[in-house]
Design a protein around this ligand. Structure first.
Ligand code: FAD
Length: 378
């Protein structure tokens, strides 16, 4: 098996393949070490508060497995159960939050419904002006993306996975009997190729004649200077009405926002205009941050591998069953990584996935009407 990409997703695929007993797994990446793509740029949030059954199921599975790995590795994963708090001040927002909360509860996620007083108990620093309601899940939290990469890579290596770094895949062909992965250094004959190339998945898929609707989009994070006299840690606090989220980082506050109007781009430098965009939004629920200076050395950006419906793609085309696509995880690739790995491992070792219903993640869905769209996009 050749897995293209040593980000959180490719590493998790390799690990779960070996755990499922699949032998001779090789991970290939053009970077010098694992996790240097989108994975190392992530905020580190892991949450089960999604709005579709498949995304909730992927989070539930991965969070459970990440917590287990955290214990096994004496804390390498860096998991902290700080919780996620979602809030809204609109009728429409309250109705959407209620629907999501009911779905999450029906799928066994322990999420609390909060009135404004309940929100104030958890986050007294939030502006309660016009606040209608919130939800809180104490099992959500954060991990250290670098720690996750290290834990996945170490565990995979111990189980016998091979790695080739500084190795760019430049073409993928099929001899009629088996696929061949062409790199700048060599050609590799294999049985199955897994495309886990993150934001570059569309380029890699095209090498094998497959179209996957994955688009890279730049996302920014900005950290303030230290702020004293405030609780630390706080939950990941999400203002659903503006899309702004905050959490504590290095004594300050880390601020995130995914602008739905951001164009397709592979630019990974921090966008200074981001500060203007959040300046116009942060005061809605977090006015105490309006005057706090940003620490320019703690601002960064990376790429979301986006799909039109904010669900990943895990599928192989019927005319190329040897080429499994596992990409398009948007802003939730780490928190869905081990579930993705499990799904791919089952597809390869059993011919079908039994742990998850993968139909919402099929390749062909974008040409069909009526598919579900994830709306908890952060
Ligand atoms: C600012 C920001 C905040 C985020 N916050 C979170 C968060 O809180 N929680 C969360 O779960 N997710 C978050 N994400 C999203 C998360 O980082 C991604 O979904 C995840 O890292 C995707 O993992 P991946 O393995 O698919 O991609 P990547 O980590 O990008 O890995 C893909 C790998 O493929 C390799 N590759 C590509 N093309 C080739 C080729 N031709 N040959 C060889 N190798 C190739 C690359 O070098 C790369 O290492 C965030 C992302 C950003 C940018």
């Amino acid at each position: 098996m050749v897995v293209i990409g040593a980000g959180a997703v490719g590493l998790a695929v390799a690990l779960q393949l070996r755990r499922a007993g699949v032998t001779r797994v090789l991970v290939v990446d053009r970077n010098a070490s694992p996790g240097m793509g989108s994975t190392c740029r992530a905020n580190g949030g892991i949450r089960a508060q999604f709005t579709t059954p498949i995304n909730i199921a992927f989070s539930k599975f991965t969070i459970r497995e990440l917590r287990a790995l955290h214990e096994e590795t004496a804390g390498q994963v860096g998991f902290r159960a700080i919780g996620y708090l979602f809030m809204t001040g609109t009728d429409e927002g309250a109705a959407a939050l209620r629907r999501a909360w009911e779905l999450q509860r029906s799928l066994g996620i322990e999420v609390e419904w909060l009135d404004p007083a309940g929100v104030a108990d958890i986050a007294p620093f939030v502006s309660s002006e016009g606040l209608r309601c919130g939800t809180f899940c104490g099992g959500d939290g954060i991990i250290d993306p670098g720690g996750v990469v290290g834990a996945f890579a170490d565990a995979a290596r111990r189980l016998g996975v091979s790695f080739r770094y500084d190795t760019e895949v430049i073409d993928i062909t099929h001899t009629g009997r088996h696929p061949v992965v062409h790199t700048a250094r060599e050609t590799i004959d294999t049985d199955v190729v897994v495309n886990a190339a993150g934001p570059f998945a569309r380029t890699v898929a095209a090498m094998g004649g497959v179209d996957v609707r994955v688009t890279p989009r730049r996302r920014n994070l900005a950290c303030t200077e230290p702020v004293t006299g405030m609780p630390d840690p706080i939950p990941m606090c999400v203002d659903n009405d503006t899309g702004v989220l905050i959490r504590r980082e290095a004594g300050g506050f880390l601020v995130g926002y995914s602008d739905p109007h951001d164009p397709e781009s592979v630019e990974t430098g921090f966008d200074p205009d981001f500060l203007d965009v959040i300046a116009g939004r942060i005061g809605n629920r977090f006015p105490f941050l309006e005057e706090v200076p940003i620490n320019a050395r703690k601002c960064w950006a990376g790429l979301y591998p986006e799909t039109p419906d904010h669900h990943a793609i895990i599928d192989a085309p019927s005319d190329a069953p040897w080429f499994i696509q596992c990409a398009g995880f948007g802003g939730h690739g780490i928190m869905h990584s081990l579930a993705a790995g499990q799904a791919v491992a089952e597809l390869i070792s059993q011919g079908r996935c039994t742990t998850f219903d993968l139909r919402p993640l099929r390749l062909s869905r974008f040409d069909e009407p009526g598919g579900a769209v994830e709306t908890a996009v952060l």
